[in-house]
Design a binder for this molecule. Structure first.
Ligand code: NAP
Length: 288
């Protein structure tokens, strides 16, 4: 039976370290604060928002939510972002994606101050990820993958890692973060020939294709370590991953499940970025 790699112990460890940093900021009279700009009432966004607010409350991070009409104009939204950029009481700004089709995400990404861009929307932060510069904010889900692997002390240096999926949200930035950890990285996508032959040879496989239970035991070997990033609706009110967990669990060394795995760490990474942004801001504004 493969080992189940749960997100919970990783979250507990990350949050314990975060509490100390928040306490240290508190000793300097500063409280980290996040502003969530939510366009419309998408159920996924509201559920993610609930998790963020719960985490803020548990850690002592101030939270503000601004719900904006689904038909908000580009100019109005940019104005809200610019106001938040200038507000010294806001350290991190979160906007949920995808946004309504009439909004130009490229323009929005450029409007957000990179110093407050806790979810890596801005080209500046993405560039830092690709440069291997740890000073910016990496996207939360790829960073959560790194944290779960490190949390379980899975060696990354020299490891042969295959990522299934090449989106800008998960696959590509994750490849860069893993390269920064000295892994040897291969990316698969929908045009990859014989993907099981590629993934079977890897030490670690990260599944991020958005296809329910697509990857069965043919994709792995008995020593495979599998991280399932996929979140798919099964159609009966449940969620499943890209990997057929029940069929695979006995045939691999370890697997992180879709529910209770990487997804459970993502919010904590986002909150750690709020704390980091606050630390950066207060360092910049401390007079010696
Ligand atoms: P996406 O933008 O739809 O990208 C999917 C990627 O998978 C594409 O690169 C696509 O290839 C590739 N792909 C699709 N079908 C494939 C197949 N049959 N064989 C090989 N590759 C295939 O999705 P995403 O935003 O990256 O998200 C991926 C999954 O992660 C989704 O289930 C999403 O819900 C989940 N997710 C989870 C979290 C979390 O916190 N846990 C966060 C974000 C996303 P092409 O490029 O060739 O089209």
């Amino acid at each position: 039976m493969g080992i189940r790699l749960e997100g919970k112990p990783v979250v507990q460890e990350l949050r314990a370290a975060l509490k100390e940093r928040i306490q240290a900021l508190g000793d300097r009279g500063v409280t980290p604060a996040i502003l969530i700009l939510r366009v419309g009432k998408r159920e996924d966004d509201i559920s993610y928002e609930r998790g963020i607010l719960k985490g803020c409350e548990a850690l002592g991070i101030k939270s503000h939510v601004m719900e904006l009409p689904v038909d908000i104009s580009m100019d109005e939204l940019i104005q809200k972002i610019e106001t938040a950029n200038k507000d010294p009481g806001i350290h991190g700004i979160m906007l949920f994606r995808p946004m309504p089709a009439h909004l130009d995400q490229g323009r929005i990404s450029k409007a957000i101050d990179p110093a407050k861009d806790i979810d890596c929307m801005s080209p500046e932060n993405l560039e830092k990820v690709f440069e291997g510069n740890a000073a910016g904010f990496a996207p939360c889900t790829p960073k959560a993958v790194i944290e779960i692997l490190k949390g379980y002390q899975i060696p990354l240096k020299g490891a042969n890692i295959v990522i299934a999926g090449r989106s800008m949200v998960v696959g590509k930035p994750l490849a860069m973060l893993l390269l920064n950890e000295d892994a040897t990285v291969t990316i698969c996508h929908s045009k990859t020939k014989d993907m099981p032959a590629v993934t079977r040879n890897a030490d670690i496989v990260v599944a991020a294709i958005g296809k329910a239970r697509f990857m069965n035991s043919d994709f792995f070997n008995p020593d495979s370590i599998v991280i399932d990033v996929g979140i798919n609706d099964t159609g009966d009110g449940k969620i499943c991953g890209d990997v057929d967990y029940d069929q695979v669990i006995d045939k691999v060394k370890a697997i992180s499940p879709a529910v209770g795995g990487v997804g459970s760490i993502t919010t904590t990474i986002l909150l750690s970025h709020v704390v980091q942004a606050c630390e950066n801001f207060s360092d910049d504004h401390t007079t010696v």
